[in-house]
Design a protein around this ligand. Structure first.
Ligand code: ADP
Ligand code: ZN
Ligand code: ZN
Length: 673
């Protein structure tokens, strides 16, 4: 009986790898990549074995024993450990924080009952179902070319699949998948989608096409038992297709041969808290590491990806036409709100267009990216407005629940009966959210079946899916919703899209706002006219209500001209010295008083030499106060990514040494400036 030392990464805030003693014989040593249960302070936690050694600097009296090794679980592969290691280094976070949260909770508890049960269950499933695959539709020549290019790609091959909305990118993915699965008997494919709500539709498609293939899904709304089973199916190589949201990029996939990222421009691929990673960027790294193809699909690629494609680093495949013959891109028209005064938020031409669709039994979609009834209420006699006491934000009116709610800190209060300052009883809602538009629609079209889909209407688990099913069944005439309805869905009977109030994003101080707005408008516009209309069907239309019809962004939307828009935007970015021509990191600090946060950032600015790095002045964040905490930020920039990385590494060491009481965090490649 001898001892070995397990070097174990734990999910703790500090960069923590700890040594533990383990009794083992040399024939049966634990392996790097296995999980182990260890004591940590008063708790028992599961960590990741990153090295097995025979000596340690920890004095014997302080060395603790590991409590157990999860030997029934195959070790995480060296490739996976390298991926986690890369992400940890690149995003300047502890390895344990990258590696462990992605591992199902049931694997990170003291008992192995759930694990053993899941392993058994999967062993039984392995030789299960077969069935007749649904026929794949014949691809059009552009689709075929794209599918063959992806299916035939070897080695590291980043591919931008640039295809207009409705061009049939999904079919291309599926046929490319079929080729890869046929060629690689053990091979696995990872498909990422931006929204959980999009997984059921695609999941159904995949199951129908590949009935003999085990499919695992990974997203945040799985129950723990399911998550365990699906994660394990991927980890053991049984699931040959894994479909998931951004967190699935860190799944263990020992036989990964192809990665597909649908709607690669979508902001939800960026995690906005904790480990602030970009699933898209990690996917490209993972593909590079494994020497496999990665497909980035979009009608409006991110400027980063577009830039890579223009420079020849990514191969660009283009689908210029809609896949269904006779389905054409909708005609986009701008409705000048200076000329057409709105009634209940809707201008007359839009009301007429809705009437026409109702008469023809076609569906309409109204898009408004603001939930609630109205974003604020105010007193017209003294000017009081419904500020949140804890945030630099308004309390939003939720009329049905008779509440004001802050969307940032969730503070709720009853709607005041009279003005808190002057007593006036006539408080007015200002502006319009989805609930108010819904109410207006019900008055205008009492006979229509109207459905609202937003975060408020879909709180209950499964309710979003039910709502989308209702639309797909055709039991809805007018759909009103936020960005939840804008993405990906293939609504067959939809011929009209109305876009309400998109103007605010035109004047945002965030330089990415126009890129995002353009993508969003193209996405939502792309929901219209996806199938050929039956006889007498109206041509599909997109109507945008705006006060700035002259704005070039709208011109580009009208012309469906991503290409020109992107080229112009890239030229602007280059001139202004902005990403993708420059690399950035953002240090944020929060404290009960703004001065403390700024003080910390000022100290941070001056604490290391920084040649070749620009460190801007600390400034308050534009939404300064959230939940009684003030927030400030410091932007760091460099034209060289390696130089920035080297600086950040050094900087983080120093900042941790400062042991400031101010809470701070770093975001590499920040997206919200
Ligand atoms: P995208 O993801 O590019 O917006 P989808 O993949 O959702 O487009 O395809 C749009 C529609 O076209 C879907 O209804 C799909 O079934 C249909 N479709 C795709 N390819 C073909 C094809 N080759 N023949 C007929 N219909 C197709
Ligand atoms: Zn008042
Ligand atoms: Zn608040």
């Amino acid at each position: 009986m001898t001892h070995c030392i397990l070097r174990i990464a734990l999910d703790t805030p500090l960069n923590a790898v700890f040594d533990y003693r383990w009794v083992c014989d040399s024939a049966n040593e634990p392996q790097v990549g296995q999980l182990a249960l260890v004591p940590f302070g008063p708790r028992e936690v599961v960590g990741l074995i990153v090295a097995v050694v025979h000596e340690t600097e920890v004095p014997p009296e302080k060395l603790k024993d590991a409590l157990g090794v999860r030997a029934q679980l195959a070790p995480l592969s060296a490739e996976w450990l390298a991926l986690a290691g890369f992400a940890a280094e690149y995003y300047q976070r502890p390895l344990g924080e990258v590696a462990l949260p992605g591992v199902p909770k049931n694997l990170r508890v003291g008992t192995t009952v759930a694990l053993d049960r899941a392993i058994k269950k999967l062993a039984k499933l392995a030789d299960a179902h077969d069935g007749t695959p649904v026929n794949m539709p014949a691809l059009n020549p552009a689709q075929q070319e794209a599918a063959d290019a992806i299916g035939g790609a070897r080695g590291f091959a980043p591919i931008l699949l640039y295809g207009v909305t409705g061009s049939g990118k999904t079919e291309v993915y599926l046929q490319a998948c079929a080729q890869v699965l046929a060629r690689e008997p053990q091979g696995q494919i990872l498909i990422l989608v931006p929204e959980i709500n999009l997984t059921p539709q695609l999941e159904g498609n995949i199951r129908a096409r590949f009935p003999g293939v085990m499919l695992a899904t990974l997203h945040s709304s799985l129950a723990e038992g399911e998550r365990m089973l699906h994660w394990l199916a991927a980890h053991q190589g049984q699931a040959r297709i894994v479909l998931g949201t951004r967190l699935a990029i860190l799944a263990s996939l020992p036989q990964l041969k192809l990665i597909v990222i649908d709607e690669e421009h979508d902001p939800s691929y960026k995690q906005q808290e904790g480990l602030r990673y970009s699933a898209r960027d990690l996917a490209v790294w993972r593909a590079w590491q494994l020497k496999i193809p990665v497909v980035l699909g979009s009608a409006t690629p991110s400027l980063e990806s577009w830039h890579h494609a223009q420079a020849g680093r990514y191969r660009k495949l283009e689908l210029k036409e809609r896949a269904v013959s006779q389905a054409t891109l909708p005609a986009v028209k701008l409705l000048n709100m200076e000329h057409h005064k709105p009634q209940d938020g809707l201008t007359q031409p839009l009301i007429d267009a809705l009437k026409l669709r109702l008469a023809r039994g076609e569906q309409s979609l109204l898009f408004l990216n603001r939930r609630g009834y109205s974003p604020v209420i105010c007193c017209e006699s003294c000017g009081w407005i419904s500020d949140c006491q804890r945030c630099t934000a308004f309390m939003v009116l939720h009329k049905g629940e008779r509440k004001l709610r802050c969307h940032h800190c969730s503070l709720e209060m009853r709607i005041p009966r009279h003005c808190p300052t002057c007593g006036n009883i006539d408080l007015q809602p200002l502006g319009r959210g989805t609930q108010r538009v819904e109410e207006g629609l019900q008055l205008l079209f009492p006979e229509a079946r109207i459905l609202r889909i937003d975060a408020d209407s879909t709180r209950r688990k499964g309710s979003a899916q039910e709502a989308f099913d209702t639309v797909h069944r055709g039991d809805v005439d007018i759909l009103i919703g936020t960005q939840m309805v804008a993405k990906g869905h293939d609504f067959k009977k939809l011929t009209l899209v109305g876009i309400l109030n998109p103007d605010t994003a035109l004047f945002s101080q965030d330089y990415r706002a126009s890129e995002r707005l353009f993508a969003q408008l193209m996405q939502v516009a792309g929901r219209a006219g996806r199938t050929a209309q039956a006889d007498g069907g109206s041509a599909s239309e997109v109507l945008i209500q705006t006060r700035y019809p002259e704005h070039p962004l709208y011109g580009a939307v009208v012309n469906h001209d991503y290409d020109r828009f992107a080229t112009a935007l890239l030229a602007e970015r280059e001139q202004a010295g902005l990403p993708p021509y420059l690399y950035q990191a953002m240090l944020r600090a929060e404290a009960p008083e703004l001065a403390k946060a700024l003080e910390f950032l000022t100290a941070a600015r001056d604490c290391v030499p920084h040649e070749g790095i620009t460190i801007n002045d600390p400034i308050p964040m534009s939404m300064t106060r959230v939940y009684n905490v003030d927030r400030a930020q410091l932007l760091v920039e460099s034209p060289s990514r390696p130089a920035l990385q080297a600086f950040l590494k050094e900087w983080m060491l120093r900042l941790r040494e400062m042991k400031s009481r101010v809470k701070w965090s770093l975001e590499v490649d920040p997206v919200d400036i």
